[in-house]
Design a protein around this ligand. Structure first.
Ligand SMILES: Cc1cc2nc3c(=O)[nH]c(=O)nc-3n(C[C@H](O)[C@H](O)[C@H](O)COP(=O)(O)OP(=O)(O)OC[C@H]3O[C@@H](n4cnc5c(N)ncnc54)[C@H](O)[C@@H]3O)c2cc1C
Length: 178
């Protein structure tokens, strides 16, 4: 039996453990991984397999987290173009939509614009998407676009109050363990 010390011993074979093992092995380190059940058998088996970049964390002012998630998304898209692809998302907007009251953005807005009562001005959503477009040094995916939902197929199944929306791209993947 080989008794050489390892560079890295990883406990847990979910996407994080396996991803770290792959990355470390790719850098020439000797790696072992212990999994108590099955590889990818826990939380990772339930994932929708999107490299989303963490748009919703902007609500919590987690700018560093979103920046690193967006950078990682570009890296993954380049590293595995055969099993990842851009996916178009349309975010409908209506001025009367209400958002989670427990986020940092909600707290700040209730202080400076108390009359909004959980709603978001369109410019704020656009600002969030602008940051999402630029925080991670995006090179591959196109930037967010504003859509007129009164025309075109995107708005057809929606209520009339959704007159505009935003189109942005995230990345879907075929990463599977089974
Ligand atoms: C419904 C759903 C959808 C999601 N969609 C997305 C998405 O689209 N995009 C995205 O980025 N994230 C998504 N997530 C989040 C993502 O799935 C998790 O963040 C990720 O799977 C966590 O991976 P992990 O390796 O940290 O944990 P896990 O997958 O839980 O792996 C931990 C592993 O460690 C093992 N383990 C624990 N203790 C020990 C021990 N003592 N010894 C040996 N092994 C041990 C467990 O058996 C398990 O296999 C989603 C989550 C859910 C629930």
């Amino acid at each position: 039996m080989d008794r050489q010390p390892l560079d890295l011993f990883i406990i847990g074979g979910g996407i994080n453990g396996c991803g770290i093992a792959r990355d470390a092995a790719g850098r020439g380190l000797s790696v072992a991984l212990a999994e108590k059940g099955d590889l990818g058998g826990a939380t990772s088996s339930a994932s929708t397999k999107l490299f989303h970049g963490g748009l919703r964390y902007l609500e919590f002012f987690e700018f560093g987290l979103v920046k690193s998630a967006l950078k990682e998304r570009e890296i993954l898209l380049k590293a595995m173009p055969h099993i990842s692809w851009p996916m178009r998302f349309v975010l409908p907007y209506s001025a009367d939509m209400r958002f989670d009251a427990e986020t940092q953005t909600s707290r700040l807005l209730s202080w400076i614009m108390p009359w909004m009562k959980g709603r978001r001005p369109a410019w704020l959503i656009r600002l969030g998407l602008f940051m999402y477009d630029h925080l991670g040094g995006r090179k591959i995916l196109p930037a967010t676009q504003t859509l007129d939902l009164r025309v075109g197929p995107e708005g057809a199944p929606l209520q009339d109050r959704f007159e505009m929306g935003y189109e942005y791209l995230i990345v879907g993947s075929k990463i599977r363990f089974w």
